[in-house]
Design a protein around this ligand. Structure first.
Ligand code: GLU
Length: 424
């Protein structure tokens, strides 16, 4: 009876196509809740907004903005906002759906949502970026709010952009609503530890994965794709644990050093130039060579669809840690599984960011702020506990960690859905 959505045309490797396939794979493990599974394939609410702004030279530019609330059964929507030239409704739908799964996988009292603006922020001045952010926030203001849907940073968005969002929403509602976004600057109700939380979660789940496959982190060779907030923080932690970061890639280039980069130098270079390209402490390599690098741990921490079937055959790593959302397409997932490569999937691996977002939201409500130590201890505890439950599910059914994470999460989402019942 249920029809596929008319306005998206997913392919097997597109983000929404990837997500649909991941849902199909979990159905055998849902028992009586399988009756509700179509809920997961139908986002609850999607808003497309026009974002017109005046550019510095007086021209008027229009940007396409989105906010998708995929599922609100377990609580308010939660998920980031990305600014990128490739943003589409289909991509935001998949990212929102992965947020539903991620939030349920770590048992946060949130549904899943995501937003984005199709733009190239590198081509905008700071003032233009502010005007675009504020107009977008005002447009989506009809569906967001501290109890409704709480945005956060994602690709190309940061604490300053969250501050503008919080201010715009607060101006429109007439009171300071710090809890409307997370990932804010610390002096505006942001949380200590939030900036590095996603990378920290990648490290914590990776450390657990390494223990399970008897991989010693001391001396482990690590390759990182994407050296933004997530990739750089994870790389730093693996380096502190004795790992060697032998390869890094981002939009500015791909670099290699068989002995491992000097992390302090690399991070300083990225800070001053905006990317890893041109780093003197490593050799340049072609983008495609990155996938052939001799490494133990591969961390895709950039965009979706990076590990294709073809690249999955070439990957040398024993473990893939998905810092990005949706980096592995389903055909590649199968190849990695066949080859015995452990994949710690996005929906648990990168859940550290939203977990500390949850802490931030709670702190904003109670107006009582925790120390960074308290944040990190609680984060580690939640991540390790969630991963253990997922691993037990994977062992019990002999399924991949991805399908096990979907099983744990979708059971929680659909239990809430079924207990709430259909209205009317
Ligand atoms: N954008 C991050 C993610 O993909 C964080 C979302 C949040 O903190 O709400 O998980």
């Amino acid at each position: 009876m249920t029809q596929a959505l008319s306005f998206v045309h997913p392919t097997p490797d597109s983000p929404w196509g990837t997500y649909l396939m991941q849902v199909d794979r979990v159905v055998p493990y849902l028992g009586h809740l399988a009756r509700w599974v179509e809920t997961l394939k139908h986002p609850k609410r999607m808003l497309i907004v026009d974002v017109p702004i005046e550019m510095d030279d007086g021209r008027i530019a229009h940007f396409e903005g989105f906010r998708v609330q995929h599922n609100l059964s377990r609580g308010p929507g939660k998920g980031g906002v990305r600014f990128h030239p490739d943003v589409t409704l289909e991509e935001v739908m998949a990212l929102a759906a992965w947020m539903s799964v991620k939030n349920a996988a770590v048992n946060l009292p949130f549904g899943g949502a995501k937003g984005g603006i199709r733009c190239d922020p590198k081509l905008l001045s700071n003032k233009e970026l502010e005007r675009m952010t504020r107009r977008y926030t005002s447009e989506i203001g009809i569906i967001i709010g501290p109890q409704r849907d709480i945005p956060a940073p994602d690709v190309n968005t940061n604490p300053q952009i969250m501050a503008w969002m919080m201010d715009t929403y607060s101006m429109n509602t007439g009171s300071t609503a710090t809890g409307v976004v997370t990932g804010k600057p610390v002096d505006l109700g942001g949380s200590l530890g939030r900036v590095k939380a996603t990378g920290r979660g990648v490290f914590v789940t990776g450390r657990e994965g390494a223990r399970r496959i008897n991989l010693d982190l001391n001396g482990a060779r690590v390759a990182v794709q994407g050296f933004g907030n997530v990739g750089s923080a994870a790389a730093e932690l693996f380096n502190q644990a004795g790992g060697k970061i032998v390869a890094a890639q981002d939009h500015t280039g791909s670099i290699f050093n068989d002995h491992g980069f000097d992390m302090a130098d690399l991070i300083a270079h990225v800070k001053s130039t905006g990317g890893v390209g041109g780093f003197k402490g490593g050799e340049f390599m072609n983008a495609e060579e990155f996938w052939d690098v001799d490494c133990d741990i591969l961390i895709p921490a950039a965009l979706e669809g990076q590990i294709t079937a073809e690249r999955a055959r070439r990957v040398k790593a024993r473990m893939v840690l998905e810092g990005a959302n949706g980096p592995t397409v389903p055909s590649a997932d199968d190849i990695l599984a066949e080859r015995g490569v452990l994949v710690v999937p996005d929906v648990i691996c990168n859940a550290g960011g939203v977990t500390v977002s949850y802490f931030e939201w709670v702190q904003d409500f109670s107006s009582f702020f925790w120390t960074e130590d308290e944040i990190n201890v609680r984060l580690d505890k939640i991540m390790i506990g969630a991963l253990k439950r997922i691993w037990d599910t994977a062992d019990r059914h002999k399924i991949t960690l991805r399908t096990a994470t979907f099983a744990v999460a979708c059971e929680r989402i659909l239990t809430a859905r079924s207990e709430r019942g259909l209205y009317p």
